[in-house]
Design a protein around this ligand. Sequence first.
Ligand code: PMP
Length: 293
Amino acid sequence: MGLIIYCAGAFVPEEEAKVSVFDHGFLYGDGIFEGIRAYHGRVFKLKEHLDRLYNSALSIKLNIGITKEEMQEVVLETLRRNDMEEGYIRLVVSRGKGDLGLDPANCPQSAIYCIAGKIKIYDDALYNKGLPVKSLATRRNSPDALDPRIKSLNYLNNILAKLEANQAGVVEGIMLNQQGYVAEGTSDNIFIYRRGVLITPPLYAGALEGITRNTVMDLARELGIEAREELFTRYDLYAAEECFLTGTAAEVIPVISVDERVIGAGVPGEIFKKILVAFRELTKVDGPKIYNK
Ligand code: PMP
C-alpha cells in the first residue's frame, strides 16, 4: 500500500502528491525542511525540530502560515494516517508557486509537505563495525554566504561533498570550513573524544545545529562526561581516541578511521557505547505521543 502524504493542505495518496514546476522549492531550492524520527509511538525531539524549522523560516523570511501547534498536528496526523509508530518524517516548507524569476515576492503562498516513510543511510553492520571516513576538498558553505544553520532545500554543497566521498570510496566524508577547521559530515555532525573531553565544533565553524548533536551533548553531561564545543583540525581528528557522527537519519554511528589513520583501537569506543545506550533509552520517553492512549 502506498503512503499518504500531506501535500500543501490536504492528505493525498502518494501518486497524487505532486509539486508544481513553478514551485520555488523546485526552481531555486527556496525553502526549508526537517528530518524527524518517530520511535516507540512518539516523535523524538519534535519541539526542537519545530523550533529549528521556524528559525530557518525567520532567517529566509518565509511565512509558514500556520502555528507550531498546528504544524505539530500535521506531523502527528501524517503518522496516524500511515499507521506508523516508528519511522522517518520529512517535513518541507517551500516558498510555493511563483513565476520564473527568483523573486520570492512573487510567491504569494508557501506550501507545506509532510512525508512519513523510512530511511537508511548506512548499512546495519557499520553501526557495530564503525565507519572509515575521509576528509574532503569540498569546503562547507561559508556562514557569511549561506549559513549552514539554515536547514534549507539547497543541499548542493553537501551533495558535491557526498559525490566526492563516493569517489574516494567511503560512505561518508568530513567537511572542513574555509579556515581548515573541521565543520561536519555531509549530513551529520561530528564528535571526537580526546584526553577525557568530548568535543564537537562550534556552530560558527559552519555546522548545522543538529538536534542529535545537542541531545548527545546533554546525555554526555548527564553521564558525567565533560562535553564542549571547540574548534579542531584534522590533526585532532587523527589523534582522537574516539570519533562518531550524529544525525536524525544516521542516529549515532562510530568512526574507526579518518584518512586511513586508525582512531583509537580501530573499534567503536567505550564513550560511544555509553552514549548510544543512553540515546536509545531517551528515544523511549521523549516527545509527544502519536496516539493519545
Ligand atoms: N548536518 C547536516 C548538514 C544535516 O543535514 C543534518 C541532518 N541530516 C545534521 C547535521 C544532523 O542534524 P540532526 O541531528 O538535527 O538530524
